[in-house]
Design a protein around this ligand. Structure first.
Ligand code: HEM
Length: 420
């Protein structure tokens, strides 16, 4: 295990040191399943809205504070990315014309109105069969086995397969996309090496060329896939430009891949950690949607949202945060704030009204949340149907710091296949 223990990485009694570790020291690779939350608790007890002098930003770990910030519409999330785009960074240039990074909230709203036409409740629900096909294809490799790696042999293959299907990429090209997605992932982390940058550029170039070609084909021969819906999407006279379509399709692939892989892997791991909850779920499958929401609250993979620069003053509970200030929300911290949740450190799949921040909130609420939930539901159902027991079979889980996401590196399990 490469991650450090809390006491090796930072001084938990020093809030400045905590913020510095979160920003600069691969904090999310901390050893121990609950270790980051011990740190969020220490921070919240000092101040749920802490101003770091060294980094000149607010670090929010409280529920009320984080929700207040996410619901404020006058925020710019793209300062750093737009700067990188100007300096010639290809990934930044590709993502700059997408909703997360616009300077003006009206541009975000406009693009979201168009893209949402491909992600309506009805549209996503209608893809269940397609998601089941991808899950079943990858289930084949682990079916009947009493040992496998949930992460690398199963979960990791599903979101890219689903995304390609939804974007209209032929299945023979899915392996190409898996490679590109894998190469692209480290590009969002802090200070990538020259070698990483080259690999990311190669992946982005490949994806850009591929998607431009695919969009041109789909324009001539429109299908029922999500990309065709985005090409067709109209809002009065408005429609998505070529540059937006290319950027969005790659952004959607990037935003929805590792995150959803971790949702599937993390669910299995968390259920294993709480055997009574696992038993309840086996007895009553109707609890699965709520179990997924509770997992997203308890250990959802994204630990913080993009840093937000205030474009207008924001008041939360009598405290004013000023225009020009930057806020970093630890949504994972907020999701276990005892002021909002009873027994926050208990994973309780029957918890009432789990309205968490794991998919963010407000203007930038994750557009793929419903799809991620669907993939989680279908994948977990397949695992429960095909294995009557699943036990994590490794001494400790190794965590990866993947930008704002905490990733499980591998999840080896011992399982009992159900009789054929
Ligand atoms: C478990 C899986 C997922 C998690 C935890 C997740 C999490 C998030 C979070 C936290 C944000 C907001 C960031 C912020 O406010 O700073 C976000 C935005 C976004 N996500 Fe997801 N996501 C997941 C899956 C997906 C999928 C499957 C897709 C698409 C197919 C997707 C597409 C997007 C897009 C397009 C945005 C930008 C929305 C905007 O800025 O208006 N995500 N996601």
């Amino acid at each position: 295990v490469t991650g450090k223990r809390v006491d090796e990485l930072l001084d938990i009694n020093d809030p400045e040191d905590i913020v510095d570790a979160v920003l600069n020291r691969s904090f999310l690779s901390l050893r121990g399943d609950d270790a980051p939350w011990d740190v969020y608790k220490a921070m919240r007890d000092t101040s749920p809205a802490y101003f770091s002098e060294k980094h000149q930003l607010w670090y929010f770990t409280g529920w009320k504070e984080s929700l207040g910030a996410l619901l404020h519409n006058h925020m710019d999330l793209g300062v750093g990315l737009r700067q990188a785009a100007q300096e010639g960074n290809l990934m930044a240039q590709t993502f700059a014309p997408t909703m997360l990074y616009f300077e003006n909230p009206h541009d975000t709203l406009r693009q979201r109105r168009l893209v949402r036409q491909a992600f309506t409740h009805h549209e996503v629900a209608s893809r269940r069969g397609a998601v089941e096909n991808v899950v079943n294809e990858h289930l084949e490799k682990i079916k009947g086995r009493d040992r496998f790696d949930v992460m690398n042999e199963f979960a990791d293959h599903i979101p890219v397969g689903v995304a390609c299907g939804l974007l209209g990429v032929p299945s023979s090209d899915v392996p190409l996309f898996r490679d590109w997605t894998r190469l692209m992932a480290p590009g969002t982390g802090a200070a990538p090496s020259e070698e990483t940058k080259r690999a990311v550029d190669e992946a982005i170039t490949g994806l850009r060329d591929y998607m431009s070609g695919l969009i041109a084909d789909l324009r001539k021969n429109e299908g029922t896939d999500l990309l065709s819906i985005m090409i067709r999407a109209r809002d009065e006279e408005d429609r998505l430009s070529e540059e937006e379509l290319v950027g969005l399709s790659i952004f959607i692939l990037a935003a929805g891949s590792d995150t959803t892989t971790q949702l599937i892997t993390g669910m299995v791991h968390t259920l294993h950690r709480f055997p009574d909850e696992f038993a309840k779920l086996r007895e009553n499958r109707d609890l699965l949607p709520n179990a997924i929401e509770e997992y997203m609250r308890f250990a959802g993979p994204v630990h913080y949202t993009q840093p937000r620069l205030l474009q207008k003053d924001l008041e939360i509970d009598g405290q004013t945060f000023k225009t020009g200030d930057t806020i970093l929300c630890s949504t994972a911290g907020a999701n276990r704030d005892p002021k909002q949740w009873s027994n926050p450190d208990q994973f309780d799949i029957e918890r009432d009204g789990v309205r968490h921040l794991g998919f963010s909130q407000g203007l930038h609420l994750c557009i793929g949340a419903m799809l991620a939930r669907l993939e989680g539901e279908v994948a977990l159902t397949a695992l429960l149907d095909n294995f009557s027991s699943i036990e994590v079979d490794q001494p400790e889980v190794e965590y990866l710091d993947l930008g704002p996401m905490r990733g499980i590196a591998a999840l080896n399990v011992a399982a009992t296949p159900t009789a054929p």
